[in-house]
Design a protein around this ligand. Structure first.
Ligand SMILES: *Cc1c(COP(=O)(O)O)cnc(C)c1O
Length: 372
């Protein structure tokens, strides 16, 4: 039987490399609370991501909540529902009201032309999501944020190491959040990082991850516990050594999918962005049943029959979660709705052989071809 293929696989160092990296932890007994591994990873990542300021967190979600808290927002935050549960939950957990803006149909990021209409006197921020490795229309977002005096936060969970017009993606907006979760391009098992240019945020964002404690005994602001421990940091130090190589392998997989699927009827593949250096986080395609004869769910079922596990990512829209029923006025987001119903994220990771990519494409093409 052929091996099962999952949508992703975590990138890990060899067992020996990791053991070597953690040996010193047994000598210094410093297992968490800003130990030497933590500080090395913080410095190495800041260099790698070209960050003026970078802080580590125990995961990406709490990093995002830290940003929303410390920027001291209130009222309404404009965001998109085409994202992972975390983005919307961070907004809601911080006592803010999410206002759902539609996405643009090319790369599925926030539609800056629909955004302005949603701004009210209660709007204090925009939380925009870079999707799959595609970058938002950052120029227009910066203009809008400036015109209306809004904070601009990026959920950059998918765009570790990406650049746009030669600029590191983390330097866009007021704060960018990177997730370093096991499923992401670069991982610290669980982990997250905030990147920002304004050094004035450093004390607040740093203290927030450790109960608001900063140096002295008194606590001036409430925080949470979101510290990255030494074992996570050690994993990150090891994985950072291979990340460029992993991204190259991802590019090969992604290029192969593009090549194989480009002329298949009824499949939409977001085009590469010429100004972006991508990290090839995810390879997502949309199926138009009217043209291809097969729905996303039918193609997904065909893949599952061959033990290939793609993912409906993102589906459903976060605005559709029953927990939010009756809680917020839900704007219509027709493009987001259509994309969520038709999108399928295909297996893509550093360890996926091109022969498996070919097999996946064959199954998709067969599935679409049987249409008459
Ligand atoms: C993974 C992810 C998060 C959450 O990050 P964690 O590190 O898992 O907490 C947030 N937003 C998006 C878009 C993600 O993909």
């Amino acid at each position: 039987m052929k091996q099962k293929i999952y949508v992703t696989e975590p990138s890990m160092p060899s067992y020996e490399e990791y053991c070597n990296e953690i040996r010193s932890i047994w000598e210094n007994k410093h297992i968490t609370n800003f130990g030497p591994k933590h500080d090395v990873l913080e410095a190495n990542l800041a260099t790698y991501l070209g960050a003026d300021n970078l802080l580590l967190y125990t995961n990406g979600h709490l990093a995002l909540e830290a940003a929303l808290r410390v920027l001291d927002l209130n009222g309404e935050v404009i965001t998109t529902p085409f994202t992972f549960a975390s983005t919307t939950q961070a907004i809601v957990n911080c006592g803010l009201t999410p206002i759902f803006c539609d996405i643009e149909p090319e790369h599925f990021t926030i539609d800056t032309y629909k955004l302005e209409k949603l701004i009210t006197k209660n709007t204090t921020a925009i939380v925009a999501v870079h999707v799959y490795g595609y970058i938002c229309d950052y120029k227009r977002l910066a203009e809008i944020a400036k015109t209306y005096n809004l904070k601009l936060i990026y959920d950059a969970a998918h765009t570790f190491g990406c650049k746009v017009d030669g600029t590191d993606v983390g330097s866009l907006g007021d704060v960018s959040m990177f997730s370093l979760h096991a499923t992401k391009v670069f991982n610290t098992i669980e982990g997250g990082a905030l990147v920002f240019s304004n050094s004035g945020l450093l004390t607040g964002l740093s203290a927030y991850r450790d109960f608001g404690i900063f140096g002295k005994e008194d606590i001036e602001n409430i925080g949470i516990n979101a510290k990255m421990n030494e074992f996570q940091a050690a994993m990150g130090i090891c994985n950072l050594r291979r990340v460029d190589d992993d991204i190259k392998k991802r590019k090969m997989v992604s290029d192969r999918y593009r090549q194989q699927l480009k002329d298949v009827r009824g499949i939409y593949i977001p085009p590469e962005q010429p100004d972006v250096k991508s990290n090839y986080s995810y390879f997502a395609v949309c199926f138009n049943k009217d043209k291809s004869g097969k729905s996303r769910d039918e193609v997904n079922d065909a893949l599952m029959k061959h033990d290939i596990y793609a993912r409906k990512y993102f589906y459903p829209l976060t605005s559709e979660y029953s927990v939010y029923n009756g809680k917020f006025t839900k704007q219509e987001t027709p493009v987001a709705k259509t994309v969520a119903n038709n999108v399928l994220t295909l297996p893509l990771h550093h360890n996926l052989g091109l022969e498996n990519v070919d097999r996946i494409c064959e199954i998709i093409m067969d599935s679409v071809r049987t249409y008459t």
